[in-house]
Design a protein around this ligand. Structure first.
Ligand SMILES: Nc1ncnc2c1ncn2[C@@H]1O[C@H](COP(=O)(O)OP(=O)(O)OP(=O)(O)O)[C@@H](O)[C@H]1O
Ligand code: SF4
Ligand SMILES: [Mg+2]
Length: 333
């Protein structure tokens, strides 16, 4: 079998917090095949962005990692300086939640878009022509005029399209999209998602789609990984997880937001999300799980195959179909 495009194997990341190294990612393992879209879903602070930064080798100074990140079978942490430059210039690109934070406000959109091409020795006229073509691909028809404008003259949605066009300049095979639509209104969100979907089909682009929105991830990805407190707690086909989630946290996430037209009760997961370094020695979700037992609090469950997905829960089989966060939820100890 050929190597996956990207493979994480027991990736752990530790960062200096208050002078001490604290774990922010625990043993994250997943792979992305060429052309595949994987959703990375979880609440704020669960470690989604840090995972993407580890893949790009853009971790904060003094970060320590263990486990492996491989791209086409090659170790990303082991890349030499020039191999890393090559990797970022030709294979992988990243787009972010807030494009304004990642674009220089005093330079034109054209300066931003043409930069990488000019650095590669492309002639200015050819670079401009290619930039206008890329802008058309992301739904900006008047590219020539837009290249002369500044970021403040663009709406959030237009600027996100420019970020996507800039990410495509180098024809990457893998796009890391970190909450690319969270800051946009619903209509623009749908348009940007449609653009990403078209690019996947037209270019065979693989996508790591980071979001806190499980419904959105289910709609646009092939598989998804659910992250909590720096750990992947469930991974499998997006459709299966959306319909038959096994991990109590995933079930809680799915049922804790309102549905249009439904009068069903909205669940609330008790407590607050914790960071990886605040989780105890057992299951990272134990403090909020109505089904936590003594074993859950002392023994950390690893991902294991249950039904058609991988799930990190000691009680996944017995709880299947019965998880509830209502007052009647069974509490056993
Ligand atoms: N520079 C840093 N130094 C130390 N800890 C950090 C740093 N950046 C993030 N963290 C911690 O790492 C953990 C994971 O953060 P991360 O940004 O990956 O979360 P996230 O899932 O992307 O959240 P959000 O949905 O809010 O973007 C959090 O506990 C956060 O406080
Ligand atoms: S391992 Fe225990 S605490 Fe963790 S999710 Fe499963 S039942 Fe809940
Ligand atoms: Mg983030």
């Amino acid at each position: 079998m050929s190597a996956p495009l990207l493979e994480l194997d027991r990736l752990a990341v530790r960062l200096p917090v208050h002078g001490e190294l604290s774990t922010v990612i625990h043993d994250a393992s997943f792979e992305i095949a060429a052309g595949e879209a994987l959703g990375l879903v979880g609440e704020s602070g669960s470690g989604k962005s840090m995972t993407a930064r580890a893949i790009m080798r853009l971790l904060p100074p003094r970060a320590e990692i263990s486990g492996s990140v491989s791209y086409l079978g090659q170790s990303v942490p082991g890349f030499s300086r020039s191999a890393l430059r090559d990797f970022r210039a030709t294979q992988i690109a990243m787009i972010y939640q807030d494009p304004r934070a990642h674009i220089n406000p005093v330079r034109t959109n054209g300066d931003f878009l043409l930069e990488a091409m000019l650095a590669q020795g492309v002639r200015p006229a050819a670079a401009r022509e290619r930039a206008v073509g890329l802008l058309a691909q992301v739904g900006i028809a008047d590219g020539g005029r837009r290249l002369r404008q500044y970021p403040h003259q663009m709406s959030g949605g237009q600027l996100q399209r420019i970020m996507i066009a800039a990410a495509l300049v180098t024809s990457p095979r893998l796009l890391l999209a970190d909450e690319p639509t969270t800051a946009l209104d619903v209509t623009t969100q749908a348009e940007v998602m449609a653009i990403l979907g078209d690019l996947r089909v037209e270019r065979g682009l693989a996508l790591l789609f980071i979001t806190h929105d499980l419904d959105l991830a289910a709609a646009v990805t092939d598989r998804m990984a659910v992250m909590y407190a720096g750990m992947i707690v469930e991974i499998g086909s997006s459709q299966t997880i959306h319909q038959d989630a096994l991990h109590p946290y995933t079930v809680g996430l799915l049922r804790s937001r309102p549905k249009i037209g439904s009068r069903a009760r909205i669940w609330v997961i008790p407590g607050r999300p914790v960071s990886a370094f605040e989780a105890g020695p057992g299951c990272v979700f134990a403090a909020r799980c109505p089904y936590a037992t003594g074993r859950c609090r002392t023994e950390r469950p690893g991902l294991r195959e249950v039904e058609r997905q991988l799930v990190a829960c000691h009680r996944a089989e017995e709880l299947k179909g019965s998880v509830s966060f209502s007052a009647e939820a069974a509490i056993s100890d």
